[in-house]
Design a protein around this ligand. Sequence first.
Ligand SMILES: NC(=O)C1=CN([C@@H]2O[C@H](COP(=O)(O)OP(=O)(O)OC[C@H]3O[C@@H](n4cnc5c(N)ncnc54)[C@H](O)[C@@H]3O)[C@@H](O)[C@H]2O)C=CC1
Ligand SMILES: O=C(CO)COP(=O)(O)O
Length: 336
Amino acid sequence: MNPGTPFASLGVVGGGAWGTALASLCAANGVPTTLWAREDAVIRAVNDAHENTAFLPGVPLPESLKALNSLGMAAENEALLFVVPAQFARPVLAELRSGAGGRAIPVALCSKGIERATGMLMTEVLHEVWPEAEPAVLSGPSFARDVALGMPTAVTLAAADRDLGSRWVATVGAAHFRPYLSDDLTGAELGGAVKNVLAIAAGVVEGKGLGESARAALIARGFAEFQRLGVALGAKPETMAGLSGLGDLILTASSAHSRNMSLGIELGKGRALDDILAERNTVSEGVATAGAIHALAVKAGAETPICEAVAALVAGEKSVDEIIAALLARPFRSEA
Ligand SMILES: NC(=O)C1=CN([C@@H]2O[C@H](COP(=O)(O)OP(=O)(O)OC[C@H]3O[C@@H](n4cnc5c(N)ncnc54)[C@H](O)[C@@H]3O)[C@@H](O)[C@H]2O)C=CC1
Ligand SMILES: O=C(CO)COP(=O)(O)O
């Protein structure tokens, strides 16, 4: 692969844990980087104490990283990493487009979810809101804290154009953060969205004490769902089996550090969803995405019983015991 040229300036939009980790990485690479955050307290903490105390406490950030709250200024950069949770993405992208004056600039989407109101993937939302933007998708098994602390990580970086992909690799890549190029944007973003829903299910298995064998079965059968849906939506099977697919599913469905899995654990212990969400300031994308995935799957004619069960659980339509009973009562079938 020809080495690309890093972008001359980068705006990271979204000052949660993941946006902060990615901004820190790019700033440490020497790319002039600014971080857009909604919260004044985050902006002050990043600029004054070089730490995002709200969302990524205890991780020192490069002094060269500057935070701001103007989307208009963020849009003046040569390229953008977009890390706003999926349910809030549309208005933020619209404001960025207006700040950019409708310019065609590279936007790498790093959020892992589907817009509940429309059932759209993030690339579809971007295309609708800002058709001139040049999309890429960065997704894979990568906890923000691991990346920010310099622990080894590998991700999928999908872009339709190889030169564009190489520029992103040169901007975010580091010895400990290894992006692998792909041209399958749909596959890359679908993996990140679906694994969050399956991680909630894996958490329920854990919280309910159903055992590690059950969790392994859930991961494998969840992966089968994910492949069926991916194929129906035009994703490549190798993407589903790669870092942004199986890789992220393994991480998120086996670690209580995952917000989605830990939420599932609490649900499995019998706690109410609203009580769990009320005590968190962080996002668990699978909650809003579950229903959207199920609806997409129905439309695409793909059978996704685990995602359907999670959708019914978080919508309050079925209890944990009811979804477990329904999954175990399914008829025996061939594995493929
Ligand atoms: N944290 C992680 O390890 C990783 C997260 N991601 C994805 O990155 C995206 C962002 O997640 P995190 O950075 O972890 O967020 P976070 O959970 O650390 O922080 C919540 C974020 O949501 C934002 N937010 C809340 N209400 C909002 C609103 N009304 N409008 C706009 N923004 C609002 C907050 O400003 C904050 O940036 C998600 O899609 C997540 O799935 C992807 C890879 C790793
Ligand atoms: O996407 C992630 C790791 O790849 C983070 O997962 P959670 O949002 O469940 O914490």
